[in-house]
Design a protein around this ligand. Structure first.
Ligand SMILES: Cc1cc2nc3c(=O)[nH]c(=O)nc-3n(C[C@H](O)[C@H](O)[C@H](O)COP(=O)(O)O)c2cc1C
Length: 379
């Protein structure tokens, strides 16, 4: 495999490998993409303190996530259609995460099914749940995650209606993904991708096919989501989900302190500060702006995880400094998947880990527990 020094190089390679329709889908934010951009620009504004003449010879990036020891404060987040970045993409990403000893989250909207991934990997993974109108199917899906021995359920609460991503409309992204004639020329120039998809077990949403009505015809992603996702989802439904899911539960998509406070009252023990990678409410604050407010308000009562805009180990450092207990990445690892399959995901994790280690050294800290706001020079 080529040497990829940084996440941006993986991104460039993924752009060369993956057809435009699916690469655009991975890159996009909603509407004017203000929040997508803010997720990055607000990170770049945060400056770290360069400290010197501290013995940093023994450094340790390990910590715990949901009580489990991990070598890095990092988990791979749920990515719908991840398997369109590379054939069997979810299996490959999960294998890379498990080899690195960090959690992997399988999306409801994945290409490989829960059962496909469970059969192909050695250890438990997390499952992400979108709540759909058909509660019978929801119960079934949760039961399938229990049967597959998933070690945590991540309930995503910020996508009951879909924020429009203009490029998906322009490119005609549909459910199930349909390869249109106009995309064939593009695909013809991406033979390695086409072969990997052909060899992959599935070409559509593995968890839903055969279970959800309305998968027979081709419809736009927006229309399909509107018909399937349940916009009535509210706090009362949490008890119903908990009654079917006996294990650890995370709430993903909390950006407002009032919501975090309600979550605590409802017995939630872990939340993910997230704006869905800038793909939902455009005009919402960047995740990194919301993080310190959240930590100040509820951080001592709940495990706060963070995602949105992490592209380097320095970004991990910044999020930890502002109070995240650990972080989740989306695009950083799917760029790796598109660039070089499992090896690319492994490389993305390695890049983030090594950069975090060096950043810690140059900030004069040697362990994750010592990272706090004192490492920040200015915001
Ligand atoms: C292509 C793509 C698909 C995604 N699909 C899902 C999904 O199915 N479920 C979910 O909870 N979040 C989904 N997300 C959001 C990610 O889990 C995560 O919150 C986001 O990517 C973090 O921002 P980052 O990409 O800047 O790291 C998706 C993100 C992207 C980029």
């Amino acid at each position: 495999m080529k040497t990829f020094p940084c996440i941006e190089d993986l991104r460039q390679q993924a752009r060369r490998n993956v057809p435009k329709m699916f690469f655009d889908y991975a890159e996009a934010g909603s509407y004017a993409q203000e929040t997508l951009r803010a997720n990055r620009t607000d990170f770049e504004r945060i400056k770290l303190r360069q400290r010197v003449l501290v013995d940093v010879s023994a450094r340790d990036t390990s910590t715990t996530i949901l009580g489990e020891k991990v070598p890095l404060p990092l988990a791979l987040g749920p990515i719908g259609l991840g398997g369109m970045m590379h054939g069997d993409g979810e299996i490959l990403a999960c294998r890379a995460a498990q080899a690195a000893g960090i959690p992997y989250t399988l999306s409801t909207m994945s290409v490989c099914s829960i059962e496909d991934v469970a059969a192909a990997v050695d250890k438990p993974f997390w499952f992400q749940l979108y709540v759909m109108r058909d509660r019978g199917f929801m119960r079934e899906l949760i039961e399938r995650a229990v049967a597959a021995k998933c070690s945590a359920l991540m309930l995503t609460v910020d996508l009951q209606v879909l924020g429009q991503r203009h490029c998906d409309m322009r490119n005609g992204l549909s459910v199930p993904p349909e390869i249109k004639l106009k995309n064939l020329i593009d695909i013809a120039t991406k033979p390695a991708w086409a072969l990997s998809i052909l060899k992959g077990k599935r070409k559509t949403f593995g968890n839903l096919a055969g279970h959800v009505k309305g998968m027979e015809g081709i419809t736009s992603l927006a229309q399909w989501t509107a018909s399937q996702f349940d916009p009535t989802l509210n706090w009362k439904d949490l008890a119903w989900i908990k009654s079917h899911w006996p294990g650890k539960l995370l709430l993903k998509g909390i950006l407002d302190i009032e919501d975090a406070k309600i979550a605590i009252k409802e017995g939630v023990t872990t939340l993910v500060v997230s704006n869905h990678g800038g793909r939902q409410l455009d005009g919402a604050p960047s995740s990194i702006t919301a993080l310190p407010r959240m930590v100040d308000a509820v951080g001592s009562r709940i495990e706060v995880m963070f995602d949105g805009g992490i592209r380097s180990g320095a970004d991990l450092m910044r999020a930890l400094a502002l109070g995240a207990r650990s972080c989740i990445v989306g695009r950083s690892y799917i760029y790796g998947l598109g660039a070089a399959g499992q090896a690319g995901v492994a490389r993305a994790i390695e890049i983030l880990g090594k950069e975090l280690d060096v950043t810690m050294a140059l900030c004069g800290v040697t362990s994750i527990k010592d990272i706090d706001r004192s490492v920040i020079a200015e915001i």
